[in-house]
Design a binder for this molecule. Structure first.
Ligand code: AMP
Length: 254
């Protein structure tokens, strides 16, 4: 596996290849690895991007303390047979003078969008840039971030992007908690409290879910009419904000 830092290096390495792309912010866990394995199975060439995207973090969010361990991530990616790890510096993606942004207007409004203004503008913009840099035939996302998957799907459709999105099921720990790089912030007591979140969502009923989240700081528990429809929730446990969702339709990724 080669780790590449610049857009020019990435383009030169790929030539005319149309790879599978797994966009990530690193601190890999089995959720990331499930996407990487799917990409490995479907594509001749696999690119994983590792970029903690500053534009999707609001002021006062966890950009500075977001877990970073590139050496460990590179080791894990290599073991999965990844061809290229694209790990640019922030200035490579947002050089001075950068001023063009993608807004997926309606899908970015509710839930995460309401609580994290500008978040999906940052997500959509960085994904479009990664798609232009890597020119993937397929790109892989997790159902864990249901609204993100919906926003990117809409952008692909609206801007006629020539790639296929694959959205894979949420990978969970034994206690049901969805794997997340942010779980590393949780103390053992907070972790126990957080495990109420998947139990609440498993009811597939917003009122029963809210009752089971009693005592936690709940940002929202709502049915969202994404494709597929989900019951989505966000809670704060201490300083850590966790999101999760359960699919309400049969046959869709869970
Ligand atoms: P992140 O590094 O958190 O931006 O996540 C990179 C990709 O992995 C996104 O498409 C996420 O939706 C996906 N992902 C994160 N956690 C999980 C999980 N527990 N199961 C499946 N996919 C996940």
């Amino acid at each position: 596996m080669r780790t590449l830092r610049t857009i020019a290096e990435m383009r030169a390495a790929l030539g005319d290849a149309r790879p599978g792309l797994v966009p990530t912010m690193g601190a890999f866990h089995e959720g990331h690895l499930s996407l990487i394995r799917a990409a490995r199975a479907d594509n001749d060439v696999v690119v994983v991007s590792l970029f903690v995207n500053p534009s999707q973090f609001g002021p006062g969010e966890d950009l500075a303390r977001y877990p970073r361990d590139e050496a460990r991530d590179a080791h894990l990616a290599e073991a999965e047979g990844v061809d290229y790890l694209f790990a640019p510096a922030a200035e490579e993606i947002y050089p001075s003078g950068f001023q063009t942004w993608v807004e997926v207007e309606q899908l970015s409004q509710p839930l995460e969008g309401a609580l994290r203004p500008g978040h999906f503008r940052g997500v959509a913009t960085v994904c479009l840039k990664l798609f232009n840099i890597v020119r993937p035939r397929r790109a892989y996302f997790g159902q864990k971030d249901a609204q993100q998957a919906a926003v990117i799907k809409q952008m692909v459709r609206d801007l006629d992007l020539d790639l296929e999105l694959r959205v894979l099921p949420t990978v969970r720990d034994q206690d049901g908690l969805a794997l997340s790089s942010r779980n590393a912030y949780l103390s053992p007591e907070e972790r126990t409290a957080a495990s109420a979140l998947p139990r609440a969502l498993a009811t597939k009923d917003p009122e029963r879910a809210l009752a089971l989240l009693d005592g936690l700081d709940v940002d929202y528990v709502e049915v969202a009419d994404f494709d597929p429809r989900v019951l989505a929730a966000a809670v704060r446990v201490g300083r850590t904000r966790l999101i999760d969702n359960v699919v309400l339709e049969e046959g869709a990724p869970t």
